[in-house]
Ligand binder design. Sequence first.
Ligand SMILES: C[S@@+](CC[C@H](N)C(=O)[O-])C[C@H]1O[C@@H](n2cnc3c(N)ncnc32)[C@H](O)[C@@H]1O
Ligand code: SF4
Length: 368
Amino acid sequence: MKGLYIHIPFCQSICTYCDFAKEIATPKKQANYIDALIQEFHGYKEEHKALTTIYIGGGTPSALKNDDLDRLLATIYDHISMQTIEEYTVECNPNDVTVEKAKLLKKYGVNRISLGVQTFNDHHLKFINRDHREADIYQALTILREVGFDNISLDMMFGLVGQTLDELNDDLQKVIRLNPNHISYYSLILEEATPLFYLVNKGQVTMIDDDLEGSMYETVMDTLIEAKYAQYEISNFAKKDYASKHNTIYWKNDDYVGIGASSHGKLNNKRYANIRSVKRYIESVASRGMPENTSYPYEPLRDYLLMGLRLLEGVSLDAIKERFDVDLLEHYPKLNPMLEQGFLTIEQNHLKFTRRGLLLGNDVFVLF
Ligand SMILES: C[S@@+](CC[C@H](N)C(=O)[O-])C[C@H]1O[C@@H](n2cnc3c(N)ncnc32)[C@H](O)[C@@H]1O
Ligand code: SF4
């Protein structure tokens, strides 16, 4: 199984918390970027045959003009056998969704939309500098469903500055009422070099405290599970058979090609990261045919654990023994106190997080 990730580093407006590679660019720069992307895409001809998932993310792919999007989607459609593609996702922001754009996505075989909602609360949407409001979310979903998209994921966030548990519950009820097949619910992370980081450092706003963040995460998990969504990853919930196939490639440490500025890929036991700057990405593809990229150390067992433990099913100790020829608990003795304190557990020979461990979150990953 192999995935293809394509990064579109353009947005209509920049959110205060976001550290992803993205910018507001001129139409000319966007067109040049799509030219470069298409060129890089053709550099992976061998991999095209084995693909099972495609994910166009960003930034905001739906922010592209329809003719640029058309050129990109048509190229993919002409060179990849759509029969073997099980899941083809495009990230959209509510305000970009028009009937024309939705039909364009449908025409080229896209079968899953990830809609960036974040919150339904207009006050919070304004503070984080999203360009949509609650009403736009409903309108976008109506269009997407009318055009025939029945596999829709919503991206949500909790722990927004000043957010209360009541406001979170209100968001959760609205999400459930919309009945998406899949929900990603992320805790707001304060990333360096973002406008939010600057505001927090200046003391102008305060992030919510750890206890409230923990309560919010528990509320998200309890409410979505009660609404019959299965939590299959730290931040991801799905109805039966709707877990993200593409993201599961990452979590299972399978191979994927990443194209576009800042994209990462993993092929044949090597990892690489493309240059982050859009300008340098375009220039390097123009001059060398492929973008500047950096190979970085691949530590098979560590990567396997860091990704695999994100899945609630955990990692199979038998599979680790077979694949890496190590006894995991001997190899990482630091895991034992985590097991004794109830952050991790072993069930049916799978090492996995307990509810307490999930609440500890990323702190567990420093062990590896
Ligand atoms: C980078 S965005 C791309 C998709 C689209 N532009 C959007 O904003 O929905 C993907 C997701 O990452 C999440 N995200 C971005 N920055 C984050 C942060 N600092 N903390 C938590 N989640 C974040 C948001 O939920 C967002 O939907
Ligand atoms: S969160 Fe999405 S819309 Fe906001 S700046 Fe980041 S990529 Fe753009």
